[in-house]
Design a binder for this molecule. Structure first.
Ligand code: SF4
Length: 736
């Protein structure tokens, strides 16, 4: 509702509310952001927006914005100056390092960090302080995608781009409620169906808005996607649909990294190392996964499995597979990612227009800040801490001695909170994320964080359950209240300028980190001019990635265009990596070159089906799955401040199958008690509303801080990626 006489200046930025990375135009009037529209020039969304995007600027102006630093004194928060707060943080860090060692301090960030935020955090903790206690919430959503890419291709992030949507004939969505989680991208799929009659197949554990809009909806029993993917591979081979020339030239077959635990307290070990196998033994392995055998495990009929396989196998059909949290938040997630790649590799349907296995991201910069900057414990901006050459390279750019960077990864996210509970970590700085809503088996970790002798700093824009555990709260500048860059799902780096002033004393996370770094004695390493620090930091960061395989576009380009896809070589984005027609880094003279692997070949992995970490039994007979809703961004800390979104989705609920609800005499809105081995929670029932789980399954969205479903979820994780499985645990369901 923009008034006709409004005198707005329109400025471009990527949207802040998901990994699609839509280009939006923000209308600013009298120093206030008052309107948003989709940027018609953006190749991502071509002028479209979703409900979160259209209302995004309202999130800047909630009544309870944090505007002053707060320090906890005698159990209550008192306002203080930014100087006093930063002095206290620096002195606590020094004290902790002196008394408990470098690995007692940590930072926990986010895929909502801008690229400069994550970069300076990594430089300060890994380069200067010398601890690898740097993690980000992307461990909870994208770590599996990373290990999937690395194990199959040797390099992270999708090889294709969104333009694939305009060329594909079939879209297969693997556990991906795209209509709610990536709405603008889903509208591009629907648009192609209208224009070209493409097919959309939704393969999921429950009926969602995505399945309702798909041509075909196929429901599988939780965890059995492993078996179904193998059955599709079996069918492809059995029907002679294998692209033999492709696999002979560009693929190896391997097995290994199996027989491990589920990340529950115990120290799991891989019982077997990766080992090359031949095509014949891979075929032999698949004999256990005929469609008829898998029907019994998965509940998916052999006919449906053959139907999916036929699309992948048809040489005249270009196929895109999309996935996000379904295969990623999975106790065998890395395997599940490998299995989708197997299907595309066997058929050679990869990295060419319209043929694309596409792992989507949830957060606006999960790719840019976490995977590219490397804000996970084992990562550096270029490479990994375990590699001496990578450490030396980073140390040179950071102007620190190479010995400063520890060669040992420390804690992944769940272990970091376990270390805080044990007391091995004593200081934690949390920025742009809300772990006291999102960590699984939350009650245990919340109690751990509150223990005596822990010092917690939280930088955020609104009060949350995480600021409730803080000793110091720093008010942060949000999105267009500061300058920054995000990297979206398709390797697109996008720049945004500061458009409005942050409220009160709020400052960017980058600035907060630099100020503490200087107080810790790292003036030389963090000498940036305040006015131009984002440009200086980005230019410094680009030096880590120079070269044809990962070159980032210069800032001047990003300022004038709707972003650019890395590798950015000779003034051009690379749209399809590893394909010599499009990728300048392919230099071996072959049509494809998977140069992330030493021999240039991708890996087809032998991955068995294994049951989930916790399966329903007599005491806890239902499956519990958690996830998001379209109206709210993650934990809702920002979107709940947007009245129209809050009104549309005011609280969490538990979705039940109508047959279960009828049997238990539960009607829509009735109170339902969910009990797991971790505790219990009461939620209103949702029957036949938005989503419909299969019988003996329930679904609960996690955005509502007044009904913390993660208090009762299970903290099991994929042992390769260390990403928790939020999609499955056993639960008892009763009318309350
Ligand atoms: Fe923003 Fe994602 Fe919606 Fe696009 S789809 S407008 S990036 S929330």
């Amino acid at each position: 509702n923009i008034p006709k006489n409004a005198n707005l200046s329109w400025k471009k930025t990527p949207c802040r509310f998901c990994g699609v990375g839509c280009g939006v135009l923000v209308g600013v009037e009298d120093g206030k952001a008052v309107a948003v529209k989709g940027d018609p020039k953006s190749p991502v969304n071509k002028g479209l927006c979703c409900v979160k995007g259209y209302h995004s600027v309202i999130a800047l102006y909630g009544k309870d914005r944090l505007t002053k630093p707060l320090i906890k004194k005698n159990g209550t928060y008192v306002e203080t100056s930014m100087k006093e707060a930063l002095d206290l943080i620096a002195s606590k860090m020094k004290e902790t390092i002196t008394e408990h060692g470098k690995d007692a301090v940590s930072i926990y960030g986010s895929g909502q960090w801008t690229i400069p935020d994550g970069y300076v955090a990594s430089k300060l903790f890994k380069g200067c302080i010398g601890t690898n206690n740097v993690e980000a919430n992307a461990r909870l959503c994208m770590a599996t995608a990373v290990t999937g890419f690395l194990s199959s291709f040797g390099l992270d992030e999708p090889m294709g781009c969104y333009e694939d949507i305009d060329h594909a004939d079939v879209f297969v969505l693997w556990g991906n409620n795209m209509a709610e989680m990536h709405p603008v991208l889903f509208s591009r799929l629907l648009d192609q169906r209208l224009k070209r009659g493409v097919k959309i197949i939704d393969f999921a554990t429950r009926t969602t808005r995505t399945s309702m809009a798909a041509d075909t909806s196929i429901i599988f029993k939780p965890q059995t996607d492993l078996a179904v993917a193998n059955a599709i591979c079996y069918e492809i081979i059995n029907n002679g649909w294998v692209n033999t020339a492709f696999i002979e030239t560009h693929c190896n077959f391997s097995k290994g990294l199996t027989n491990m635990g589920y990340g529950l307290e115990d120290n799991f070990k891989f019982k077997d190392k990766p080992q090359k196998i031949d095509f014949e033994s891979y075929k032999e392995f698949l004999k256990d996964y005929t469609p008829e055998k898998v029907e019994k495990i998965s509940g998916v009929s052999a006919k449906e499995i053959k139907y999916m396989a036929a699309y992948y196998g048809d040489p005249n059909k270009k196929v895109m597979s999309f996935w996000c949290m379904g295969p990623n938040q999975h106790s065998r997630g890395t395997w599940m990612n490998n299995l989708i790649y197997n299907i595309h590799l066997l058929t050679g349907k990869i990295s060419s227009p319209g043929n694309s296995p596409f792992s989507l991201t949830g957060q606006p910069s999960a790719c840019g800040t976490v995977r590219e900057v490397g804000t996970l414990t084992h990562k550096l901006p270029h490479g990994v801490v375990m590699n001496k050459k990578h450490r030396e390279f980073a140390a040179k750019i950071w102007e620190v001695p190479a010995e400063n960077i520890s060669p040992k990864p420390t804690y992944h996210t769940i272990e970091m909170f376990r270390a805080l509970d044990r007391g091995d970590i004593r200081f934690m700085w949390i920025q742009v994320t809300n772990p006291m809503v999102t960590i699984p088996k939350l009650k245990r970790y919340r109690d751990g964080a509150k223990k005596e002798g822990r010092f917690i700093v939280v930088s955020d824009v609104y009060p949350t359950p995480t600021t409730d555990i803080a000793d110091v709260i720093l008010p942060s500048a949000m999105w267009i209240e500061r300058e920054g860059l995000y990297g979206n799902s398709e390797r697109r780096t996008q720049y945004f300028e500061q458009m409005v002033a942050p409220p009160g004393e709020a400052m960017s996370d980058t600035w907060q980190l630099i100020e503490v770094a200087k107080r810790l004695g790292y003036e030389k390493q963090f000498y940036y001019q305040k006015e131009t620090h984002i440009e200086e930091i980005y230019n410094e960061y680009r030096r880590h990635h120079e070269g044809k395989k990962h070159n980032m576009a210069p800032l001047e380009v990003l300022k004038t265009q709707s972003g650019a896809l890395w590798p950015y070589v000779e003034g051009k984005s690379t749209k399809w990596r590893f394909n010599s027609k499009y990728d300048p880094a392919c230099t071996n003279g072959k049509d494809f070159h998977f140069y992330g692997k030493p021999d240039g070949k991708a890996v087809i992995w032998q991955r068995p089906y294994e049951p989930a970490a916790e399966e329903p039994d007599q005491e806890f007979p239902f499956w519990l799955c958690t996830g998001r809703v379209v109206e709210h961004w993650h934990t809702g800390s920002m979107t709940r401040r947007i009245p129209v979104l809050h009104k549309a989705m005011p609280h969490a609920y538990v979705e039940l199958n109508p047959s279960d609800a009828k049997r238990m005499q539960i009607r829509n809105g009735d109170s339902v008690k969910l009990t797991t081995r971790r505790g219990e929670i009461i939620l209103p029932a949702s029957v036949n509303q938005r989503g419909v789980p299969a019988p003996m399954q329930v679904f609960v969205p996690f955005f509502d801080e007044s009904m913390l479903i993660n208090d009762i979820t299970l903290d099991s994780f994929c042992p390769i990626s260390k990403e928790p499985d939020y999609k499955k645990c056993a639960v008892k369901v009763e009318k309350a």
